[in-house]
Each structure stands twice: as structure tokens, then as C-alpha cells.
Design a protein around this ligand. Structure first.
Ligand code: PEP
Ligand code: MG
Length: 343
């Protein structure tokens, strides 16, 4: 911004290209007037896709869900006609709080979301604190390499009281809707087995207290190269996979996702990442479970056809991306795309 400030002056903000114009010339104004009209026209056309199924031209149906980071996001999920919530980042409860959120506070938040989604699936991702998401009261030590450090499921399996409180709140809320749970940053079968032991304890506690809950689907995020590589073994342990491409790309390419200096090297379409995704989906299907994508790449419409050809069962994207992704799904003929690729 100019130092003297821009109060009272005419400005144009280009959110697509991260540009800001103060008192632009007539050509710039005309260019943006046209862009604005085109954009509004696109939005109007997308509105017509509301209520439609996510089905390809040759009849493949997939689930198109939304990612949320708080209770108030649900209105936007419903307004954009998402079929469910594929990633409910639960960190907000911890980030917004001065101290560990109580079971009651968590239960209230999860229950509200489950009820507001009125039976549509809500996949809650358990605590993924550490690395880029720091919370003072956790008293985490400063680390040289936090993205590869004490974070997410590692904290939960170490400080099990925090984990159990969250699981108990989620199971209690499961009674009020269709909740599924998934676990972040998994690297081994052993972690999944430990998680299941802890869940058994939590359920036993609820039974003892006479508190009702439903059976919930249990899934893991595939966001480490380790998990993708052993996805055949992991698939035998869980009900579904959700591929977290943000971290999967970071760890596969050895590129810090937060380091803006490395943007030129950060190739989201890198064949190594795409191969990991393909392998994960294939291993899920071999074991009879479903696989979705909930990282940013899931909303990349340049790749929607590719993901459909890989057989992805679910894409979970930000609410604003639901209709643009649905548009590509409706325009795709998966078999024809596969044939063209083989030629
Ligand atoms: C991911 O890593 O792709 C993901 C969805 O999780 P987050 O962005 O919260 O790390
Ligand atoms: Mg992640």
C-alpha cells in the first residue's frame, strides 16, 4: 500500500492474482469490469449445478464433500451443496482456547455440526497440533524441524489423556448424526493398532457410564510417503483412506510447504505425488475400502479427470470449490479418458 494511505480513493482488488490498484486508468477499469462480469456469469452457471448428482458421463458416481475448520463453516457447506464434510479440522477448538478444551466443549461443537449436517457424513480429523499449528498451553519444546517433529498423532499417542478426551467427545456426538473419525500423520500399522486399543478403552468407559454412541467408520490420512508405501497393509486395518496431499507433497518432495522461497520447486503435479495417490487408491480398493482426497490437490480441476481415472471415491474440497469440481465431474467420460491416456 502507498505510505500516505488510500482513504477515499478508488481501488480494485484482484484476489485471483493478488494485485491491488489505486485510482487505476480507464483500460484497467474496463479490463476488470469485464472480468467481474465474466466471473459473475460463471458463478450463475455454477448455481445451476446445485442439487445435481456427482456423476460422470459414463455413470461413475463419487462423493463430493467439503473441508471445514470450525462450526460456523457448516452454513457455507450446505449453501454450496456438499454431500458431507470430508475433513473437519478439529484444531480450532484447541487454537481458540486458553487451556485444553473440555470434553463438554468439544462434544457441544461436534454435536452441533453433526446435527446441522442432518445425517450427512461428517469426518472429524483428530487433533493435528504441532508444526505449523502451535498452541502455547501444550508447552511444546522448540524443535529444529517441527514439520518432522512432535506433532499430530504422535502427541496423541504420547499424551493419551488429551486424545481420550477428544475421542470420548466425538463418540458421544456420534449419536446425533453420521460421524466418522480419521487420524493424521500416520506412518505405521502399529500406530493404528494403538489407536484402536485406546478407542476400545474410550468405548468401554462410555458403556460403563451408560452413554449412547454409534459405530463410527475409522479412517486414516495418507499424508506421509511411509503411509502411501504401506497402504496395502494399512488398508487391512481401517474403513477408509483420506489422502492429505498438502503434507504428502511436502514430505515426498522434501519441500517445506510453508517456505515461500521454494514455491518455484513445489510442483503439485509432480509424478511422484500422483503415483503415491494412485497406489493408495488401488491398495484401498484391493482391500475393499474407499479412498478419498482431502488435500488442496483434490480441488485442482486440472486433475479431476486424472483422479476419476484412478478410481477415487471421494473428493473433499473447500466449500467454494464444490460446484467447480462438480462441473468437471459432469463433463468427464472416465472410460474415454482412460483410453486416450493409453494411446
Ligand atoms: C493435508 O496435509 O493435505 C491436509 C489435508 O491436512 P492439513 O492441511 O490440515 O495439514
Ligand atoms: Mg496434513
Amino acid at each position: 500500500f502507498p505510505e500516505e494511505g488510500v482513504d477515499g480513493q478508488f481501488g480494485i482488488v484482484d484476489g485471483f492474482d493478488a494485485k491491488f490498484f489505486v485510482e487505476p486508468d480507464e483500460d484497467t477499469k474496463a479490463k476488470y469490469r469485464k472480468l467481474k462480469e465474466e466471473n459473475e456469469q460463471k458463478k450463475r452457471l455454477l448455481q445451476e449445478l446445485k442439487g445435481k448428482e456427482n456423476i460422470t458421463k459414463d455413470g461413475t458416481k463419487i462423493n463430493l464433500y467439503a473441508n471445514i475448520g470450525g462450526v460456523s463453516d457448516v452454513a457455507n457447506v450446505l449453501a454450496n451443496d456438499a454431500g458431507g464434510i470430508g475433513l473437519f479440522r478439529s484444531e480450532f477448538l484447541y487454537l481458540e482456547s486458553e487451556d485444553y478444551p473440555t470434553e463438554e466443549a468439544q462434544f457441544a461443537a461436534y454435536k452441533t455440526v453433526a446435527e446441522n449436517m442432518a445425517g450427512k457424513k461428517v469426518i472429524i480429523r483428530t487433533l493435528d497440533i504441532g508444526a505449523d499449528k502451535q498452541v502455547g498451553y501444550f508447552g511444546l519444546e522448540k524443535e529444529e524441524n517441527p514439520a518432522m517433529g512432535y506433532r499430530a498423532i504422535r502427541i496423541c499417542l504420547d499424551r493419551t489423556e488429551i486424545f481420550k478426551t477428544q475421542l470420548r467427545a466425538i463418540y458421544r456426538a456420534s449419536y446425533y448424526g453420521t460421524i466418522a473419525i480419521m487420524f493424521p500423520m500416520i506412518i505405521s500399522v502399529n500406530e493404528v493398532k494403538k489407536i484402536k486399543e485406546i478407542i476400545a478403552e474410550v468405548k468401554a468407559g462410555l458403556d460403563a457410564d451408560g452413554i449412547p454412541y454409534k459405530d463410527v467408520e475409522l479412517g486414516i490420512m495418507i499424508e506421509t510417503p511411509a503411509a502411501a508405501t504401506i497402504s496395502d497393509l494399512l488398508a487391512k486395518e481401517v474403513d477408509f483412506f483420506s489422502i492429505g496431499t498438502n503434507d504428502l507433497t511436502q514430505y515426498t518432495l522434501a519441500i517445506d510447504r510453508q517456505n515461500t522461497k521454494l514455491e518455484a520447486f513445489y510442483d503439485a503435479h509432480h509424478p511422484a505425488v500422483l503415483k503415491m495417490i494412485e497406489m493408495t487408491i488401488a491398495n484401498a480398493h484391493k482391500a475393499g475400502i474407499w479412498a478419498g482426497i482431502c488435500g488442496e490437490l483434490g480441488a485442482d480441476t486440472q486433475l479431476t479427470k486424472e483422479f476419476l481415472a484412478m478410481g477415487v471415491d471421494e473428493l473433499s474440497v473447500s466449500p467454494a470449490k464444490i460446484l467447480p469440481v462438480r462441473k468437471v465431474i459432469l463433463e468427464t467420460d472416465v472410460e474415454a479418458y482412460r483410453r486416450r491416456k493409453q494411446e
